[in-house]
Design a protein around this ligand. Structure first.
Ligand code: GAL
Length: 432
């Protein structure tokens, strides 16, 4: 699936211009004391969407580690709130357009990086850093490929999140004599029993529409299997394929089991329903584990359990958050220092246990991770890897935006034909 970078950038910028006025960056409180010691423009500005509950703990730990190592470099934590980069990506696009890049920014490995910022000529290659740090055999090849284009490497992965996880409330399942579902059929059997007891079977918080896309892409993976799912993004499989229709029908049926107030909740609010036992299950990436454990103080495998999303056992929906070096920044050496801490074992093991993700490096210390983390590290080694659409790896940002819009309409209108037609025409445009 290819798209002209210029067209992609134009779309991203359009959204960016519209949104840049309504979002703002925050300085990290831990850094405020140092402000004024250096001229503006020399600060190391770290741009992400990791603010607030379930998002910021890992980043703060990483920044703290960096500041211990480089006390003379002033850091600004320039995070813009909004799950999956809902607002941050737009603000970033507007800044990049205005030749005002942050020193470094969060970007998903895959198309979001390569077909977006790299294709637009906005990123510096980091091959020298990888060589200097001896990283070529420290990150899985699959991951290095996701941050490379035409033989150059453009960012450093801080983590691997798993997208295809079904989280469930242990007590609700035990009280109702239920087992977590492994197939879509089992999902609907369990969901019917829960519904009969007055419990919301499935939590959804699609105030930010990506959360519904996240559910949909998991149903696509579970229905099509890894190979065909991947073919959707290379254009080898059409959205008009009967398997896609089947996935859309399953997705539609699932939407019959969600909380009524889904459109007023964000991903954390929806997770709360499961934490409180008001809903039984939740399909979400494992940043939820960070939120459950660090913010809500729930216990892994006691208060909540987890299984792969139905029909996706042995598959791993990969999401990787990475940071790179934009062209034109004033402090490239400081940025590289930050990237080398972020890419170190120490950096990864400071960040990931709090974030819910597993380290991107293969030589991180498993003892720093809980049962969920250890299991996920094992699963990553053997599973079939599938790139996430909702989180930027499978297709360029312009396409993701269109899918988010189409999914958002589908959740309300549930018109299968219109939804598939919209997906197919968006995909056709991409191939032009
Ligand atoms: C993803 C990102 C995760 C997490 C999540 C919710 O796109 O990769 O790190 O932040 O969004 O905001």
């Amino acid at each position: 699936m290819r798209k002209k970078a210029s067209a992609w950038l134009a779309l991203a910028l359009g959204v960016g211009m519209a949104l840049s006025g309504c979002s703002s960056s925050n300085s990290s409180s831990s850094d405020d004391a140092k402000q004024g010691s250096q001229k503006a423009g020399e600060k190391l500005e770290i741009f992400s969407w990791w603010t607030g509950a379930g998002e910021e703990d890992g980043l703060k730990a990483l920044i703290k580690l960096f500041q211990e190592k480089y006390p003379d470099i002033e850091v600004e934590n320039a995070a813009v709130a909004g799950g999956a980069g809902t607002n941050a990506k737009a603000v970033l696009a507007s800044r990049m357009q205005g030749n005002d890049p942050p020193s470094t920014f969060q970007v998903h490995g895959g198309a979001e990086l390569n077909e977006g910022w790299v294709a637009a000529g906005k990123m510096e290659p980091l091959n020298d850093l990888y060589e200097k740090e001896g990283w070529m055999d420290k990150f899985p090849k699959a991951l290095i490929d996701m941050v490379s284009k035409d033989g150059n490497i453009y960012s450093v992965p801080v983590n691997i999140h798993r997208g295809n996880v079904l989280w469930y409330n242990k007590k609700v399942f035990a009280d109702n004599g239920l087992q977590p579902p492994k197939t879509f059929d089992e999902f609907f059997q369990v969901a019917d029993k829960l519904k009969a007891k007055g419990i919301t079977p499935l939590a959804l918080g699609d105030k930010e529409p990506w959360a519904a896309t996240h559910l949909f892409e998991n149903v696509l993976l579970g229905t099509l299997g890894t190979e065909n799912y991947k073919k959707l993004w290379t254009g080898e499989l059409s959205f008009n394929d009967p398997q896609v229709k089947q996935a859309v029908e399953t997705f539609k049926k699932m939407l019959g089991y969600i909380n009524e107030d889904h459109s007023s909740r964000n991903w954390q609010d929806a997770a709360q329903l499961v934490a409180e036992g008001k809903a039984a299950m939740y399909v979400m990436g494992d940043w939820v584990k960070g939120y459950f454990v660090n913010d809500l103080k729930l216990k892994v495998n006691q208060d909540f359990g987890y299984v792969p999303v139905p029909n996706t056992e042995g598959k791993f929906m990969v999401i990787t958050d990475t940071f790179g070096l934009p062209k034109g920044v004033k402090n490239p050496d400081d940025v590289k220092k930050f990237l080398s801490v972020l890419g170190s074992v120490e950096g990864q093991d400071a960040f990931n246990p709090l974030k819910g993700s597993i380290p991107a490096r293969i030589d991180a210390d498993p003892s720093k991770y809980d049962e969920y983390g250890k299991q996920t590290m094992q699963d990553f080694k053997t599973a079939e890897l599938a790139p996430s659409l909702a989180h930027g790896s499978a297709a360029p940002e312009g396409f993701v935006t269109k899918v988010n819009q189409a999914v958002n309409i589908f959740v309300t209108q549930k018109d299968v034909k219109t939804f598939i037609d919209t997906l197919a025409s968006a995909a056709a445009e991409l191939k032009k």
